[in-house]
Design a protein around this ligand. Structure first.
Ligand SMILES: [Zn+2]
Ligand SMILES: [Zn+2]
Length: 347
């Protein structure tokens, strides 16, 4: 076992503090990665506070991991020592069921091994995330981080990037499509960059006019305030695709009204309470309301390669691990543009 410095929450809502974990010695198909940077996802905050219940403590959060390969098992072919590698939300799955065989491991029928706040597939060994100096992962669940991508800016691609890339691809986002991005946070800012890189005409829909200049800088062609009633009249029937990243309560019916005939609204943000849907919001115009959960490993690699080709990384604020508790508070106030990334050399 490899003693590994980390930061952990000892119980629900406790401040994160230094902690030591043990990583397994790399097996024949394992890759050991010295972590350089780890992004801070909103789900880290929710899980460290046990807001989705069932949390396992001590918890080392972090599933937006970029690092340097330090050791590989004898059978590893994907990566070599010294390569830049990534790890996202999953570290293993059953690898045999239909979703696993068809490249949608996130829907493994046995349940995936989440990168943290879960267990390995033995269902006993707890998994620990990227707020640590090293991770040991089965080769199949590692990603190659292409040269030319800034390693710190690339870290959030492993969750925020794939979460927004996958629905854009699933709904065939293409040149000339009108894509609306609802909410401009960690997920939203990636959706804007990615949709624009696919040739779409992108509109940001946000409560906060103060983000208009940012929206345009990120690649949006238009910005509309959702606080203004006129926006919903002006844009009625306008969009082919809406990517809804908002985690606060909001009326899906109002946004479905912005779709063209056969348009699709994809939910990737998670409001705390269920939301009523009027049947006519969907029936009028054959509209579709869909959801999307991260993406498979193969698609995640495609996303990284796409980002390298289009020179896309996340807009980040790099922090020391000692600032993590304050960063959580700032995230709850939406005071980050647009992702915190921990410099793991500060551990
Ligand atoms: Zn995440
Ligand atoms: Zn499976």
């Amino acid at each position: 076992m490899l003693k590994t410095p980390a930061w952990a929450a000892s119980s629900a809502g406790k401040k994160l503090a230094p902690f030591t974990i043990e990583r397994r010695a790399p097996g024949p198909t394992d890759v050991a990665i010295d972590i350089l940077f780890c992004g801070v996802c909103h789900s880290d905050v929710h899980q460290a506070r046990d807001e989705w219940s069932g949390a396992m403590f001590p918890m080392v959060p972090g599933h937006e991991i970029v690092g340097r390969v330090s050791q590989v098992g004898a059978q590893v072919t994907k990566l070599r020592v010294g390569d830049l590698a990534g790890v996202g939300c999953m570290v293993d799955s059953c690898r045999a069921c239909e979703p696993c065989r068809s490249g949608t491991e996130q829907f493994c029928e046995k349940g995936v091994a989440f990168t943290y706040n879960g267990t390995e597939m033995d269902r006993r060994t707890p998994t620990f995330g990227g707020y640590s100096t090293r991770v040991v992962v089965e080769e199949k669940f590692t990603l190659k981080v292409p040269a030319g991508l800034d390693p710190a800016g690339a870290a959030p691609l492993l969750c925020a990037g794939i979460t927004t890339y996958s629905p854009l691809r699933q709904w065939n986002c293409k040149k000339g499509d009108r894509v609306g991005v609802v909410g401009l946070g960690g997920l939203g800012h990636m959706a804007v960059k990615l949709a624009a890189s696919m040739g779409a005409e992108v509109t940001v829909l946000s409560t906060s006019r103060s983000k208009e200049a940012d929206a345009r800088r990120l690649g949006a062609h238009a910005f509309e305030s959702t606080k203004e009633e006129a926006t919903f009249k002006k844009l009625a029937g306008h969009f082919n695709l809406l990517i809804d990243t908002v985690a606060g309560a909001h009326d899906y019916n109002a946004y479905l009204g912005l779709l063209r005939t056969r348009g699709t609204m994809v939910v990737v943000g998670v409001p705390p309470e269920p939301t009523p849907i009027g049947a006519f919001s969907l029936i009028g115009g054959n509209k579709r309301l869909a959801g999307s959960l991260i993406g498979g490993i193969e698609e995640t690699q495609q996303m990284l390669d796409h980002c390298a080709e289009h020179k896309i990384v996340s807009d980040i604020e790099v922090i020391a691990i000692q600032e993590i508790n304050e960063a959580y508070e700032r995230m709850l106030r939406s005071d980050v543009r647009y992702r915190f990334v921990i410099d793991i050399s500060t551990l």
